[in-house]
Design a protein around this ligand. Sequence first.
Ligand code: MN
Length: 202
Amino acid sequence: MPFELPELPYAKDALEPNIDAKTMEIHHGKHHAGYTSKLNSAIEGTDLDGKTIENILINLDMSNTAVRNNGGGYYNHRLFWEVMSPSGGGEPSGELANAINDAYGNFESFKDKFSAAAGGQFGSGWAWLCVHEGGKVEVCSTPNQDNPIMPGVGCGGTPILGLDVWEHAYYLNYQNRRPDYVNAFFNVINWEKVASLYAQNK
Ligand code: MN
């Protein structure tokens, strides 16, 4: 079964004004679609065919650049759409909030740390909040389409929140103002979804 481009869980204009409809249309319909089809081409007829994307990435041969780049792109964007919502924003609650407070003191300090990871990633890449076995959370960033479930990448653990800081994710609306885009992302984070991913992966 080839991988399929997942539907967006909301309309393309649903995250405006934080993320504009044109960016969503191109980002999902062109970029994510491209990673998906190139991933399928890269694994077709190999022993990776039929495995889950998690299994492929956890056991990835990092020298396999086609699967590294396109498998990462497929997985990363799938998470990215899910952790945003037009009714998002605010702060997490419950055990996720406790884990963030344990790691970073309070939500504002976490936001500063995450924003610094996103702003400080030179060139293209992602900022992550990951959960380790046992429930500890950690912020990191990774280049290109790498992510922390790949061997030896970033802070390790399982990503439960990801922010795309490739220019294709924000340049139409924000041009070079990546910090404004990062701030806007916090207005649409679906903390209920992030909390459920935390609970599933801690
Ligand atoms: Mn992207």
